[in-house]
Design a protein around this ligand. Sequence first.
Ligand code: SF4
Ligand code: MG
Length: 319
Amino acid sequence: KSPLIEIRNLKKYYPIRKGLLKRVVNHVKAVDGLDFTIYKGETLGLVGESGCGKSTTGRTILQLLQPTEGEVIYEGKNLVGMRHSQLRKLRKSMQMVFQDPYASLDPRLTVGQIIAEPIEIHGLYSGKEKDKRVHELLHVVGLNSYHAKRHPHEFSGGQRQRIGIARALALEPKLIVADEPVSALDVSIQSQVINLLQDLQGQFGLTYLFIAHDLSVVKHISDRVGVMYLGRMVELADKNEIYESPLHPYTRALLSAVPVPDPLAKRERIVLQGDVPSPANPPQGCTFHPRCAECMDICRTKRPEWKNINGHYVACHLY
Ligand code: SF4
Ligand code: MG
């Protein structure tokens, strides 16, 4: 396994300003110190409740948002603080697929124009070659050449997500950050889009960061899974480890909400106490402690370190 992207101490804070002088009184710590690697050809599932910083993580990795601190090393080069012209070239190889394909597709353009746009911006192909490439991309995602002349509103949600995927593939990326790509779709359509993403990964050797809010969505597609809580990663391990022997109490709680296919393999439902605290005023110590059934004294004061137990990472004082 060789790394495609290494993320080191990544932070994204948003200032909260108050008063006439708009003084900074606090920060929303959307992403608060992430350290992990995405390996070539893998799918890393990133899971957590809404507001835990998953989307911000994806956007900060792609430099669509400027990180407050930290490094994003792509094939040996730090993207943070890189000159715009240099970043522009590298950005071709990193694309995003969005949650709501409709909002991310310009309704005034035809599907052909939408897919051709990145190709034009980066001057990859023009004229007949460009048209050929657009048709190729439509076929690759399971649509047809005649769809090129239609507009986004003429398509179903699943088809629109296919268009979004075709657009993301137009520049032959290596990494795709898929931010809840199936959350807006009917359950029956979700698996079709996930299967398509898996086929494309095999075909083009893609690496995925696949963001979702629950563990059942990423189970099929992921090689490893990371769990986020309040801007931090609390656990990261191979898929089987996460689903069969989760270490962190938060992961166990999330997992207890996932339906099990085997009714004999009963799992006790763990109901989380209270709400997710505000990322502007996260609890001291382990930020999960007010909701944790296994909370100890040390948890209220000391932040647990990010420990590596034979490749299974966890941040919890139980270990
Ligand atoms: Fe629970 Fe303590 Fe582990 Fe936090 S560190 S998850 S409070 S046991
Ligand atoms: Mg989100």
